[in-house]
Write a protein that binds this ligand. Structure first.
Ligand code: 5AD
Ligand code: SF4
Length: 471
């Protein structure tokens, strides 16, 4: 990546009071977090959000380049704004940030010249002044930095939900899985000091946040760069003392998940018994080629230890099919992991070569039809596994944090269980969804589908006194 690059002049016209913005976010939870910070910055500049691009004075894209599809969608959406901008007689500032901004910089302008600002993953806080600069000069502005001077979390946030916050504990990644672009666009792993994380969570709890998600590409190595040894389990224990009622975290690299972390999950009531543990492949040969540093056997032993400590654990994973050289035998190893791991959820991906990563120059590509066929078989097995895990929860009581109403029926409340499952509860006559939003309640599960559970609220909470605690 190039060092700081900037085109155009620097006479300033701040994004003005009363102007409007729209943010479109692609990709992972870190991008959702960064978008909440962009929203915080634009709000602080006096702007208000709108839902339609045609009404927006500023449109910001927070982008992802982990797979080709996100790349293509971004290009499609930005291209379609050309006519919107023309209809507004050019009165629209288009900014592209995040991982594609970081990777492509100036190159992006060659394909999409109507973009006004390109920024990267390390300079979110500069966005308002980059918008100013693009408006002041006549050209587009590009600024891509090599590394961060700050954590985006220190910026003001405009959170999507008042009761939930993303809290990055590390940024960047040192693992260099051979298929993955992330270390190149997010930089080396850096941990935030524990006191900063704790004071942020204390403040959030005081503001009414009930659930936080601790974020990092590999949360398990949290603290290694700062303290010489990982301190993730300690971070969980410290955050549990801040008043936050439910703590989630993502993502966990299997090679670094420690016994202390398993114990913390099993014993600290605020820590959700819900774990995202990407396996990527079940074949030792492919795992070596991916640079993952574990085997099928060691992964499954870890899974056994986890279920031994937490029989009710909700486990999810990421799987890639069609990595270069993957044979049917390799794929069958992956299916075997699925059989043993009893996943609640698996995110499945067809391998997408990313320029600049080691795997992109490997030969032996898997033909698309074969990858697709493996993908379809995988999805089938995942669905069966998810349904079996959900059925086992019928007749159990789940603590649900209600988030709103079902997408299909406004008379049905929707929330998330400790295991991060969608739970639906029909509203009783006279009840209003607003009373429940952002509140916990115990729900008796009566029915299980593949991707959601249904039930009814137990006890007092059903009558509208919402003081049910998380645990
Ligand atoms: N192709 C396909 N899937 C990928 N992932 C990361 N890089 C690639 C790639 N090049 C998947 C991994 C990772 C998830 C976030 O995206 O499964 O865990
Ligand atoms: Fe990518 Fe591997 Fe880092 Fe995850 S751990 S972000 S897959 S390099």
């Amino acid at each position: 990546m190039s060092a700081a690059r900037r085109r155009s002049a620097a006479c300033y016209t701040r994004p003005a009071m009363g102007e409007t913005y729209l943010i479109r976010t692609f990709g992972c939870q870190m991008n959702k977090h960064d978008s909440e910070r962009v929203a915080g910055l634009l709000r602080t500049a006096g702007m208000t959000p709108v839902d339609e691009a045609a009404d927006a004075d500023v449109v910001v894209f927070m982008t992802c380049c982990v797979r080709d599809r996100a790349d293509e969608r971004l290009r499609g959406q930005v291209a379609s704004l050309k006519s919107v901008k023309a209809a507004r007689k050019g009165h629209q500032t288009i900014a592209v940030g995040g991982c594609i901004g970081q990777r492509d910089g100036e190159r992006l302008l060659r394909q999409l010249p109507h973009v006004d600002v390109v920024f990267g993953t390390h300079n979110v806080s500069h966005l308002p002044s980059l918008i100013d600069a693009s408006r002041a000069g006549r050209g587009s502005v590009v600024e891509v930095l090599e590394a961060s001077e700050e954590f985006t979390s220190d910026l003001p946030a405009e959170r999507e939900h008042p009761w939930h916050a993303w809290v990055p504990i590390t940024v960047g990644c040192d693992n260099f899985c051979t298929y993955c672009i992330v270390p190149y666009v997010r930089g080396r792993e850096r941990s935030r000091p524990l006191e900063q994380i704790v004071s942020e969570c204390e403040r959030l709890a005081a503001e009414g946040v009930r659930e936080v998600t601790l974020l990092g590409q590999n949360v398990n190595s949290y603290g290694r760069d700062l303290y010489g040894t990982p301190r993730f389990a300690e971070a969980l224990a410290a955050v549990a003392q801040t008043g936050v009622e439910r703590i989630r975290f993502a993502t966990s690299h299997p090679k670094d998940l420690s016994g202390q972390t398993i114990e913390a999950m099993a014993t600290i009531p605020q820590v959700a018994r819900s774990l995202h543990l990407p396996v990527q492949s079940g074949s030792d040969r492919i795992l070596t080629a991916m640079n993952r540093h574990y085997t099928k056997r060691s992964y499954l032993e870890l899974v056994d230890r986890l279920y031994g400590a937490m029989p009710d654990l909700a486990l999810s994973t990421d799987i890639i099919v069609g990595f270069p050289g993957e044979t049917e035998a390799d794929f069958l190893d992956t299916l075997e992991v699925l059989e043993h791991a009893h996943y609640d959820q698996a995110f499945t991906f067809i391998y997408s070569p990313r320029e600049g990563t080691p795997a992109a120059s490997l030969g032996d590509p898997v033909p698309r039809e074969i990858s697709q066929e493996r993908f379809d078989r995988l999805v089938n097995v995942v669905q069966h596994s998810a349904l079996a895990k959900n059925r086992a929860l019928v007749d159990s009581v789940q603590q649900v944090l209600f988030t709103g109403v079902s997408k299909r029926d406004a008379n049905v409340l929707a929330g998330r269980s400790e295991g991060n499952k969608v739970v639906h509860v029909p509203l009783e006559p006279g009840q209003h969804a607003e009373e429940f939003r952002g509140r916990f309640a115990p729900v008796m599960i009566t029915e299980a589908q593949t991707w959601f559970l249904s039930g009814y609220i137990l006890g007092e909470a059903a009558a509208g006194s919402h003081n049910a605690d998380a645990h």
